[in-house]
Design a protein around this ligand. Sequence first.
Ligand SMILES: O=C(O)CCC(=O)C(=O)O
Length: 252
Amino acid sequence: MRAHVEHYRRVGYTQPIDVFSRAESVTLRRRFFEAVGQTEEQTRHIAGDLPNWHTRHQWCAEMMRNPRLVDLVQDLLDAPDIMIWSMLFWYKQAGDVTYVPWHQDGAYWPMKPVKTITAWVALGDVDRDNGALHFLPGRRTDLRSHVTLDDPRSEFTTEFPDAITGTEEVAVDMTAGQVCLFDAYTVHRTGPNRTSRARIGCGIRYTTPDVAFDPAMWRRYQPEIVMLQGQDSYGLNPAFMRTGPDNALSMS
Ligand SMILES: O=C(O)CCC(=O)C(=O)O
């Protein structure tokens, strides 16, 4: 078994894996700043989510279709038919005090069954000081009910119910262009950005066509599903199916 699959099956996430070259990651980062109208030198808070650019920007569609990435996702999903249902940019501008509390993604998602591999792409170097991913290692198959969290610095209003100590968690430092993959049951968080370097991550959510999304339940953003490879022989999500971006900016 490939080492990253073995690691993922044991602890719920992979070690950082080289996918995009440094040059590619520089281009992705530049495209991101162009799209949000900011520069590396002058970063600002962006209110709200940055969802589903895979159906809006050609460079994002190319990122999610990167063959090295799809190969990794296929290993973990272990299925020939793969679709992407969402892409979310996670942006922490320089000095961003907000954090993402401990959570399981699947606890928020109206999908049946709950099945997703997230590929979190580092568009720049990421470490504990600027908001790295932290995991609670362990492969889980249950979702816990999250409890209310009343903290203006938290990105979410609920969090994973169990207290987690510093000795249990693992922070994952990444270099630009690396990818960390994890599943919908894995408990994770990110801290604030205490540096003058913007931290940009892109979470690409992959699943399989046997998963049904509940159209009534989505509030913050809706799934936008694009088939990556294989076939959708289930047809469970007609309201969310898309073909791809209409914007021609490519990665180069
Ligand atoms: O990058 C972040 O700040 C949070 C990422 C996250 O929680 C996710 O992709 O599920």
